[in-house]
Every structure is written in C-alpha cells, then in structure tokens.
Design a protein around this ligand. Structure first.
Ligand SMILES: Nc1ncnc2c1ncn2[C@@H]1O[C@H](COP(=O)(O)OP(=O)(O)O)[C@@H](O)[C@H]1O
Ligand SMILES: [Mg+2]
Length: 578
C-alpha cells in the first residue's frame, strides 16, 4: 500500500530528504547550544577570561544562526516536498479515474471520488509534511536528551525506559478505537459532498420545487453526523496528552525522590539534578510531539486506505494484448447476451438477447422506462462488458478491439448527456479534434443545430456554461448529436436524444440521417413512435427481454406493447389537434 503512495514522491525526493536532514542539524545544534553556553559561563565568565568569552560568544552566535537557518530551511523543504507529493498523488489518482469503466465509477460514486481526491489527499499531505519534519525531530530530540541524561546518571535515566511500554499500550488502544471512527467520518464526508454537489448542480430544481428547507435539513443531518463523530474521536485522542504528562510527571517525581537521596548521600551534585530536569522537559516535549504525530497518522491512515482503494482499483475493461485496430463495418450481433450491473447472474438486467443488425440499418428501440434500453446500447461501445454471451461489432467480439478504435467507430449520445463549459466549437471538437469549420457546420446542419446556433450573437463561439445551463434542453440535445456525428462513426446511437426536440425538427433530423449518412448503422431509442416508425426494424424491449422485433406495420399487427404505446400517442395527438 505504502509503495503505491511513495511512488508519488517522484521528483520531490530531494526536498523530502533535505527536510529531515536539516531538521537533524537543527536538533544537533539545539543540543550543542546549552553545552557552549555552559563553557562560556565556566571557562569565560567565571574564569574572567575575555578571549574565551569572545571565542565561545562567537561560536554561540554562529550556532544559533545556523540552527535558525536549518529550521527555516527544513520548514521550506517540508512544505515543498509535501505539496509536491500531494500534487503527484492527486495526478496519479485523477489519471487512474480517467481509466475507470462505468462499473468502476458505479463502485465508488462520483462524490466519493471527489472527497478522496481533495480532503483525503490534503490529510495525507499534512501527515507527510509532519513525518519528514516533526517525526524526525521528535525521536532525535528524545534520544539525544536521553543520552545526555544517561551521561549524568544511567540509573536515573533508565527510569524513562520503564514507562515506554506503558505509553505504547495507551497509544495502541487509542489508535485502535480512533481508526474506525475516522474511517466512518470520511464516509460521511462522501455523503456530505454528495448532498452539496447534488444541491448545487440541481439548485434550479430545488428552487422550483421549493425544497430548500428539505435540503437544509438533509445537510444539517449529515453535518451533525460529522460533528458527533469528530467530537467522539477528539475526545478519545484527548487522552493522549494527559497520559503522556502523567508518565513524565511520574518520572519527575521518581527522579526527584531518588536524586534527593543521592545528593544527601553525596553521589550527585545539585547542578546535575537541575540538568536532569532540563532533559526531562525536553523528553516531555518530544513525547508530546510524537503523540501529535500518532494522531495525525491515525487520521491519515484512513485517508491513505481510501486513496489506495482508488489506486488499486483495476479498470475492469482493459484492452487485450493484440487488439483489432479497425472496425470493418457497422454490423452488430448480440448472441445470447445477458448482463447484470453487479455481475450477479441472479440479478440480470438484460436476459438472453439475440439480435442481428446489418451495417447501415436504422433500428428503433422502444420500451418503458427501466426496460433496459440504455443498458442494451451501452454494451456496444463497451461502456460495460457483457456478463454472458457475446457481442460482436463488424463480426469481431467487442472485447477484441482497441478501446479507442471501437469508441471512435461507435458514437453514442448518452441519455444523460453533458456539455462542458467552453464555446460551442470547443464542445463540438470533442467529437473530432481537428474538425474544420465546414465539417462542424455540416454536422450541425444534420442535427438541425446550425439554424439556432446562427441566431446566437456569437454563433459558434457562444460560450456554454457548465452543464449547458444557458441553452435549452432541445438545443443541448442537438449540439450533442452534432458532436457525435463529427466522429463520422460507423454506428450512431441516440439514447433518447431527441426527447426535448419538437416532432417536426425530430423528423427533419431522421430525414437528414437517412439521406446523408446512409451507411452508418443508426440505433435510435425513443419514447415517441414517430421517431422510429420509419426505421428498418423496431425492437420492443420489456423488462430486459426482447418482446418483439419488426417493422412498424408488423409490430402494429403483432406486438401488444407496441399497439398500446402507438394508440396512446395517436390518441394524444388527435386530442391535441382538437
Ligand atoms: N449504473 C447502474 N447500476 C445499477 N443498476 C442500474 C444502473 N443503470 C441502470 N440500472 C438498472 O437497470 C435497469 C434498466 O435501466 P435502463 O437501461 O437505464 O432502462 P431504460 O433506459 O430502458 O429506461 C433499471 O432497473 C435500472 O435501475
Ligand atoms: Mg434509458
């Protein structure tokens, strides 16, 4: 696990090493300074030797300056190293997420990925900064103070050794209790992020349904959960300091008691006992620092585990070793295909689909919501892999294609389509990076988007806001269709992509497709019969199964579901006309 993370230190190895090095120098100087001071007093001031005063005085100033410089440098190196480490870690995670299949993303949820890339990385960054600086400083300080104490009196100093196991047990118990709570708090963070993200993205819906109170209550609930967990965990962690102090003061008591006896017996000087106390204080300080580090590490351990989960998640859809680089044609064949989102064969979403679509055919897909229409077509560009059976495109199993080659040949307008912030042109170029203006205009003409784009003051350079908030639903759908067309795909899939487009424009789009891209296989999922009735064949899906396949006329004669949908819509239209 740590190997995965440490790889991210990358080009920041130098500051990562320099930080502990300078900190070590700083501590050494800090320990030397009292010695110089003692010499200055003993050999200089007490002896009245001006030369010695100057000599040790200058040395003292140099040591103090050097210690200060080292301290500042180590702070600087640690900051550079930890921010750089966090940057690399975030980048590695982000790149990983880009490789995720839809299944991988379903596994984490988008908001959890956001928390992991932000809050969790920040926690690890802080822990890293602490480890390369304070975690080096504290033990060195501890050891040198201990060594100094030993130089005075080994038996007295060994009292410290006795308390170490005791401290270890306390810290161990604290960490054992605190770790699961931290794990839970981070999960709640995911939920909080989800609420905030959902609310902010859907703020217009929230407002139009006057659901602000409800959203506030939901937020308060989760925020309260985090508050309670954090209070609980902080209470446990608060035991840390007092137990340290208890140990150290116990030591002091013992040292005073034993030391006093020794002074009386003439085995020790008062001065030695005084220095002993100085070292005890230094040891106390370093123990406090160490316990702080333990807290930080406990907290970041939860974060590290969550980050690691992202890093080790295997993209479940990967290229084969010798992939096919070219999709020969737009033929599609489902052979006994079953599919389940969870991979569980008892919870099949698509059941035993057998279907042959010739290259260049236009196929309509009709079915109620939840009948698995979207699921069926998502298998074709391999957004998900089939659970059972085989799916071939152009006669070759989709799993044997190079992913990019397949997805370039299969262009899909998702039901939940998105435009990105940027100009219309920039959005269109997602379809084809090097598309010329003519190609873009042509694609937009086919998608019946050219006309309305021209009415915008900035035309194709109109800025689209995040999520396409400043264009209408139907306009957005048409830009998305144009974007898909720019790929010049062999297979074009429209998943309910004209639902917000008026019937007449919809018909114009179908007409343009039939005329201009006759060789492209077209799969059109629609709610309106009018969108699919001219298709070569229409598939009626019901609850993950193909209920029937046929032309409009055939289905009207044979399919119960199709008849029902058709007559309800025809009746609706004639009602409208009245
Ligand atoms: N990402 C997903 N994870 C788990 N189940 C899903 C997912 N997407 C859809 N489903 C389920 O699969 C079924 C079919 O959904 P879908 O193909 O979207 O239907 P349609 O497009 O016909 O409305 C539904 O029961 C839905 O709950
Ligand atoms: Mg759907």
């Amino acid at each position: 696990m740590l190997k995965n993370l440490l790889g991210c230190v990358g080009e920041y190895k130098r500051p990562s090493l320099l930080a502990p090095l300078t900190v070590t120098l700083e501590v050494i100087l800090e320990v030397i300074i009292p010695l110089l001071m003692a010499s200055l007093i003993d050999k200089g001031i007490s002896a009245g030797n001006m030369n010695q005063i100057l000599y040790y005085g200058i040395l003292l100033v140099i040591a103090a300056m050097a210690s200060l410089t080292c301290g500042a440098l180590s702070g600087n190196f640690a900051a550079v190293a930890s921010s750089g480490f966090a940057k690399n870690l975030r980048k590695k995670m982000f790149y990983r997420v880009q490789d995720f299949s839809f299944t991988n993303i379903d596994h984490f949820s988008a908001s959890s990925l956001v928390t992991r890339l932000t809050t969790d990385v920040t926690n690890v960054q802080m822990a890293y900064q602490m480890i390369i600086r304070i975690a080096v400083r504290a033990p060195i300080m501890l050891i040198s103070a201990f060594v100094m104490a030993c130089r005075i009196n080994v038996r007295l100093a060994s009292i410290f050794l006795a308390i170490i196991p005791f401290l270890g047990v306390i810290l161990g118990v604290i960490i054992k209790i605190a770790h699961p709570i931290f794990m839970r708090v981070f999960k709640t963070y995911d939920k909080l992020n989800n609420v905030v993200q959902e609310n902010v993205r859907g703020i217009r819906v929230v407002k139009s349904f006057v659901r602000e109170d409800f959203e506030e209550a939901k937020f308060k609930g989760i925020s309260g959960e985090i508050y309670r967990d954090f209070t609980k965990v902080e209470k446990i962690l608060a035991f840390n300091g007092p137990s340290m102090q208890f140990c150290v003061y116990t030591c002091m008591l013992l040292v005073s008691w034993i030391g006093a006896h020794r002074i009386v017996a003439g085995n020790m000087t008062t001065g030695e006992l005084t220095s002993m106390f100085t070292y005890i204080m230094q040891i106390l300080m370093s123990l406090m620092m160490l316990s702080m580090i333990f807290v930080m590490i406990t907290m970041s351990r939860a974060a590290i585990e969550r980050i690691n989960e992202v890093l080790v998640e295997q993209p479940d859809i990967a290229d084969v070793s010798d992939p096919v680089m070219e999709v020969p044609n737009g033929e599609i064949c489902f052979d006994h295909v079953s599919f389940s989102y969870s991979g569980d064969k008892n919870k099949l979403c698509l059941k035993n689909i057998n279907l042959k679509i010739a290259s260049g055919e236009t196929v309509g897909i009709i079915g109620g919501t939840g009948s698995a229409k979207s699921t069926l077509v998502q298998l074709i560009p391999r957004l998900y892999d089939v659970t059972e059976g085989t799916l071939t495109v152009g006669g070759i199993d989709v799993r044997n294609y190079d992913m990019k080659a397949l997805r370039d040949a299969v262009s899909m307008v998702l039901q939940k389509n998105v435009l990105f912030s940027g100009t219309i042109k920039e959005n269109l170029r997602w379809g084809s990076e090097n598309a010329t203006d003519e190609e873009m205009i042509h694609a937009c003409r086919l998608a019946q988007a050219d006309e309305f784009i021209r009415t915008f003051p900035d035309g194709y350079d109109t800025h689209i806001e995040q999520g396409g908030a400043n264009v209408s639903g139907g306009q957005k759908q048409r830009i998305c269709i144009a974007r898909a067309l720019l790929k010049k795909p062999k297979i074009l899939i429209l998943d309910d992509s004209t639902s917000a487009v008026d019937t007449r424009t919809d018909a114009l789009i179908q007409e343009a497709f039939a005329k201009e891209i006759p060789n492209t296989t077209k799969l059109i999922i629609a709610q309106r019969i009018s969108s699919v009735q001219n298709a070569d064949k229409i598939i009626v899906l019901d609850n993950g199964r193909i209920e029937s396949v046929g032309s409009h006329e055939e289905l009207l004669a044979s399919s119960h579901i199709y008849q029902e949908v058709y007559y309800s819509q025809v009746k609706g239209e004639s009602d409208d006309a009245r």
